[in-house]
Design a binder for this molecule. Structure first.
Ligand code: BG6
Length: 494
C-alpha cells in the first residue's frame, strides 16, 4: 500500500487493512482516554479506512447516538486537539457502534453476534480493557458464540494477574481459545517512541557496545516518576501498589531492553527470547535482604506552589492501608555481562516532577593524570519523557587561564531540536501493530510469568517482614531511605 504523508506532522503512515475491533470496557477510563482517541488519530491520518469497524461493549444502557455523544465529550475532555475537525470526527463516528453486554451475565451476548461482520477473513480484534480476572471467561464465551477464528486476535491489558499463580491461570484460560501468536499482551511503554529508540541506540550504533557491560559501567538507574496521584483508580490501585502496577511490567521491560543481548532480528520471537534471559537471570530478593534492597513508600499530603495535595488514604478513601505508591529496588542480573552492576529501579506517584529516564553511570577513569582536580565519570542519560533526549556527559577542559580546569558538559541529542513530528501516543502504534499482526512490541507468556516470579519473591518477603511502608510528602523525591540505600554503595540518585 502507498504511504500517506501526514501534512501536519511530516510522518508517513502505511494504511492498514480493514479490521473490526471490539472494545470490552468501552466506557472505561482506558477506552475514553487512550483507545478511542488513538483510533481516531489513526483514522484522521488516513491509516484506518472507512470500511473498518469499532464496536464498544459495556454493561451501561446507551443508544449508539448516546454513546457517540459520550465519546465526543470524552475526546474534548482528554485530548488536546487544537485542530479538531468536526466533519472528520463525524465520519469517524460512523465506524463506531455500541453494544450493551454485562460480561457477568451469560444471557445478553447474542447482541454482539449480530453486530460483527460475517466475513471470516476480516481481522477481528477483541480488546479486553477489563479486570484480568475476567479475561479467561470472556474468551471462552467468545469461542462458544463462534466469534473466534484464525484471523481473530485478543489484546490483554496489564497488569496480567496479581502474582505468578494468577497470571498462569489467565494465560492458560486465554490460551484455551487463542493461539499464543494471536495474543497481544500490551505494555504501553513498549509503544513509546523513546523506548523503541533504546533498540536503535544500542543496536544501531557500534560505539556503545564495547562499553555496555560491567567492564565500564558502574551502575544503572531506571526511574519512572509521576507527579500525579492515583486519581480515580483508588479501588484498583490499593490492591495493586507500585510494584505490581509499574515495576512488574514497565520498569522490568525497560530493564530488559537496557540489559539484553542483541537479538538476531527484530522479529518478536528473537526479541522476546533475549528479554526472557534477562528476567531469568535476575537475582531473587528474599526475606534476608529485602530491607537492604527495597524501599516502600506511601505519599502523605504535601503542597507545592500553593496547591495542597491530599494524602494517599484520602485519595483512595480508606482509613488504613500499607499499599506502596513508591518503590525503589536494587536489582542485580546474574550473568557475565552484568555481574556486580547494581540496577536501581524507582517509581512513585506524587513525586516532585514527571520524569522517566534511564541513567547509565560509567566507571571513573582508572588513573587520573589531573592531580587533585576531580574527574567526574561519564554518564549517559536516556530521557524517555518528557523532554525526550539522549545526553552523554563528558569531561572537557574549561577554556582560558587558570590551569587545567575540567568541566562536565553534555552532548545533547534532544528530540525537540531534531524532530518536528508529533509523537503518536503509544496506543496508536500498538493498535496498528495488532492489526498488522506484528507481535514484536508485545509481551509473550514467558516474559510475563518470569517477571511475576521475580516480583512474587519481593511481595512474599514484604509480607513476612515487619518493616512498615515509609511515608513521604507529596511533591518530593520519595522516602529518604531510598537515598540511604544508594549511599551505602557510594551512589546517589541522578
Ligand atoms: C499505567 C499505570 O500502566 O502507566 C498507571 O497503571 C501509570 O498507574 C501509567 O500512571 C504511567 O504511564 P505514562 O505513559 O504516563 O508514563
Amino acid at each position: 500500500m502507498d504511504n500517506i504523508i501526514d501534512t501536519n506532522s511530516g510522518s508517513s503512515f502505511v494504511p492498514v487493512q480493514p479490521f473490526e475491533i471490539i472494545v470490552f470496557g468501552g466506557t472505561g477510563d482506558l477506552a475514553r482516554r487512550k483507545l478511542l482517541p488513538a483510533l481516531y488519530h489513526r483514522y484522521r491520518d488516513g491509516q484506518i479506512s472507512d470500511d473498518s469497524k469499532i464496536i464498544s461493549v459495556s454493561r451501561s444502557t446507551y443508544t449508539v447516538t448516546e454513546y457517540h455523544e459520550l465519546i465526543t465529550k470524552y475526546y474534548h475532555e482528554y485530548s488536546n486537539d487544537d485542530a479538531f475537525d468536526t466533519d472528520l470526527w463525524l465520519r469517524f463516528l460512523k465506524l463506531v457502534d455500541y453494544v450493551k453486554i454485562d460480561v457477568l451475565d451469560s444471557q445478553n451476548w447474542s447482541n454482539l453476534k449480530t453486530q460483527v461482520s460475517s466475513d471470516k477473513k476480516l481481522v477481528r480484534i477483541f480488546y479486553l480493557a477489563m479486570p484480568p480476572s475476567m479475561f479467561a471467561n470472556i474468551c471462552l464465551k467468545l469461542d462458544e458464540l463462534g466469534l473466534v477464528s484464525d484471523s481473530s486476535r485478543v489484546v490483554l491489558e496489564k497488569p496480567l494477574g496479581t502474582d505468578y499463580k494468577s497470571a498462569l491461570k489467565i494465560n492458560e484460560g486465554v490460551g484455551q481459545v487463542f493461539d499464543e501468536n494471536n495474543i497481544y499482551r500490551i505494555d504501553h511503554y513498549l509503544g513509546k517512541e523513546t523506548v523503541q529508540n533504546l533498540l536503535v541506540l544500542r543496536f544501531g550504533n557500534i560505539l556503545l557496545e564495547p562499553l555496555w557491560s560491567n567492564q565500564a559501567i558502574d551502575h544503572i538507574q531506571i526511574t519512572a516518576a509521576e507527579s500525579i496521584g492515583v486519581g480515580g483508580r483508588g479501588a484498583y490501585y490499593d490492591n495493586a501498589g507500585a510494584l505490581r502496577d509499574m515495576v512488574q511490567n514497565h520498569l522490568l521491560q525497560l530493564l530488559c531492553l537496557t540489559a539484553m543481548e542483541a537479538p538476531a532480528s527484530l522479529e518478536a520471537d528473537d526479541v522476546r527470547a533475549e528479554k526472557i534471559k534477562v528476567l531469568k537471570a535476575l537475582r531473587n530478593i528474599t526475606i534476608d535482604d529485602v530491607n537492604q534492597k527495597t524501599i516502600r513508600g506511601q505519599y502523605t499530603s504535601g503542597s507545592e506552589e500553593n496547591i495542597t495535595f491530599p494524602d494517599y488514604l484520602t485519595d483512595v478513601d480508606v482509613s488504613k492501608s500499607s499499599t506502596e505508591t513508591y518503590v525503589a529496588i536494587k536489582a542485580e542480573i546474574e550473568n557475565w555481562r552484568w555481574a556486580g552492576v547494581p540496577i536501581y529501579l524507582r517509581t512513585g506517584k506524587r513525586m516532585s516532577t514527571r520524569r522517566s529516564e534511564i541513567v547509565i553511570q560509567f566507571k571513573a577513569v582508572p588513573h587520573s593524570i589531573f592531580g587533585d582536580t576531580p574527574v567526574k565519570p561519564n554518564k549517559l542519560v536516556i530521557r524517555l519523557q518528557p523532554d525526550e533526549a539522549v545526553k552523554l556527559w563528558f569531561e572537557v577542559k574549561e577554556p582560558g587561564a587558570g590551569g587545567m580546569r575540567l568541566k562536565t558538559l553534555p552532548l545533547n541529542l534532544s528530540y525537540a531540536d531534531n524532530f518536528t513530528v508529533r509523537y503518536p501516543d503509544a496506543y496508536e502504534r500498538l493498535l496498528m501493530d495488532v492489526v498488522r499482526g506484528n507481535l514484536s512490541l508485545f509481551m509473550c507468556r514467558g516474559e510475563v510469568e518470569s517477571a511475576w516470579q521475580w516480583v512474587d519473591g519481593i511481595i512474599d518477603a514484604w509480607e513476612h517482614s515487619d518493616t512498615p511502608t515509609d511515608l513521604y510528602d507529596a511533591g518530593t523525591e520519595g522516602p529518604g531511605k531510598a537515598e540511604d540505600m544508594l549511599a551505602k554503595a557510594n551512589h546517589s540518585w541522578s
